[in-house]
Design a protein around this ligand. Sequence first.
Ligand SMILES: [Zn+2]
Length: 329
Amino acid sequence: MPTRPDDFSRRSFLRSTATISAGALVARYAPTGLIHVEATAAMRQAAAQKDPLAARRAQMGSIPIQKTALGSGLAMLSGPGGNVVVLHGSEGKIVVDSFVQPAWPALKATLDELPGGAIKTLIDTHWHFDHTDNNGSFRQAGATIVAHENTKKRMTESHDLLGMHFDPSPASALPTETFPDRQLLRANGEELAMFYVPPAHTDGDIVVQYRNANVLHMGDVFFNGFYPFIDASTGGNINGMANGAERALKLANARTKIVPGHGPLGDRAALDRYRTMLATIRDTVQKLKGSGQTLQQVQAAKPTAQFDEAWGKGMMSPNDFVALVYNTL
Ligand SMILES: [Zn+2]
């Protein structure tokens, strides 16, 4: 952990996050009720090889896909990675996010079972592997891939994150169309508006608004029900997270269905609780850090206490989250 307020750097951030074991993280990432997944042969093999990325892919990939109808030719798929939303109809399937590689056969079968035409477009909400891991499979299936320009840039770099190493993605898995600010896509009687969110969870986040169906896909700018991970190594920071949640609230009304990157389907009230949690903890930590307190002192002051019962039982423990907030302020 960084020991002084000025000790934060990418290296120290990675040291601090590396203390969260990849295995514990996988278990805590999984939706409630699905965390006791049988170890597969691939998982045991990966663990034996001490490859945390392969182990995490295998564990996440073995989680079954759950389907939730969102109405108007829209379905949300959950399980082996970040939440996926599919718009299906005669003009083809538009998919947001793609699960991890081992889930591809199950994802392809689920997509094929949905009514409508072939897979046409994949949209990446950000570069993280649990959202983009099947880019190559989608391109092989004939899809174009749309993302923010920073997502493509991040995918061409190597990264070390949460104990996992990522090589640059092959050219055959990169987005084929990028945009800097916003993009509109029309298909199957629906309008998909993609908005760039200035650096929040990463520096390439987008939210996708389905205007006719009144659905929002927030990517990992929204973790519904637990403290979010913030990837400071690729530009994420707590102010961006709070501002992103604030901006998304303006796109929503009481009937909007809001899909988080991780966690159950939410609504405007859930997103508002999340924004309040982020802003309150940010303000408290800011005040303590501004008065010269070290990270350890701030953690000892338990600035998240009033939120821990509701938000502290997921991927990030209260202390992990305080470190992310402190280090990105
Ligand atoms: Zn992410």
